[in-house]
Design a protein around this ligand. Structure first.
Ligand code: PMP
Length: 305
């Protein structure tokens, strides 16, 4: 069990974690009609009284948009204000992962999004590495990524994570670390909770936003960083066999950060990864508040008192 932070945001205020409880009849629990965010926050290595958030504006915007996809209203300012209060109450001393969640909070049955109450909560856990920074082995999942015509893929809709869960467990139970999902057209989409990149002949390639991916904030940041560094980038459909001949393959996500892929199915990919390493160390410096050129990607929250 991961270590939970002592306070949660629940019912519009910070309460001790144990008091943040919901009913067994909560609508979202049964129908998956919630949407969540996932953000890392870390004490500034140079000043522990300051908490650093990476691209907080992008994260709050995506959550607000996810709420809209559930026909609920959650202004970005409400999320940001709650996050600030949550950080003040918890005063984290180690890197944490914040999990804001908007959900249908009515009690009772009938899958729907109209005539229903919604609520918003946040809890947090301490989080170091989600996947091994030395690399993971990946299986091509027998489960396929959902399609946007049956589910809104531009939000982190909780019900959608049944596919991620099935794929991850299938991978782990068959001896791999992670799952790569193809989309319904047979192109590479993403991993169970991360976007995918590969490098071929010096070009950084990632499946485009038309490949049923979640539009990851780490993915967008890596693309922007690469362009700033002069690394050519391409967003396009990726075939499965390209992964077997790629020079580098890696995953990106808030929890996973930048994680190398060292094997796909039976193909070894443990060679040098100069482009991934360059991007990974640049991203680490930015998230730790050490790169003035990307200061606009960092929100600094001073802890009072
Ligand atoms: N795909 C899925 C399905 C995810 O859950 C995540 C994690 N949020 C990602 C990709 C990566 O997105 P981000 O970089 O915004 O964390």
């Amino acid at each position: 069990m991961q270590k939970l932070l002592p306070y949660a945001w629940f019912g519009g205020r910070c309460v001790p974690f144990g008091e943040a409880t919901i009913s067994v009849a909560t609508h979202a629990l049964h129908y998956g009609t919630g949407a969540f965010g996932g953000m890392r926050a870390l004490p500034n290595p140079a000043d522990p009284n300051e908490i650093l958030l990476f691209r907080a504006d992008r994260h709050t915007r995506r959550l607000s948009q996810s709420a809209r996809l559930l026909l609920a209203e959650l202004p970005e300012a409400t999320v940001l204000d709650a996050i600030h209060q949550f950080l003040q109450a918890n005063r984290p001393t180690t890197p944490i992962y914040l999990r804001p969640f908007v959900y249908t909070s009515d009690l009772g049955i009938a899958p729907r999004l109209h005539d229903i109450e919604t609520d918003f909560l946040i809890y947090g856990i301490e989080l170091g590495d989600y996947l091994s920074p030395d690399g993971v082995s990946c299986r091509i999942s027998s489960w396929c990524r959902q399609e946007d015509r049956s589910l809104p893929l531009r939000g982190k809709i909780s019900g959608a994570y049944i596919t991620s869960s099935l794929a991850k467990t299938e991978a782990v139970k068959s001896g791999f670390d992670e799952a790569l999902l193809l989309n319904s057209r047979g192109k590479v989409s993403e991993a169970s909770g991360m976007n995918l990149f590969m490098v071929r002949d010096g070009v950084l390639i990632t499946p485009g936003v038309d490949q049923d991916i979640l539009e990851g904030i780490t993915r967008a940041s890596i693309l922007e960083l690469a362009r700033d560094m002069g690394i050519p980038t391409l967003e396009r459909a990726v075939d499965k066999t390209e992964l077997f001949v790629a020079d580098e393959v890696f995953l990106s996500g808030t929890a996973a950060r930048v994680t190398p892929v060292r094997r796909v199915e039976t193909t070894d990919l443990s060679g040098p990864r100069p482009i991934m390493e360059k991007l990974r160390s640049a991203l680490t410096a930015i998230t730790e508040g050490r790169d003035p050129a990307y200061e606009h990607w960092v929100t600094r929250v001073p802890l009072k008192g």
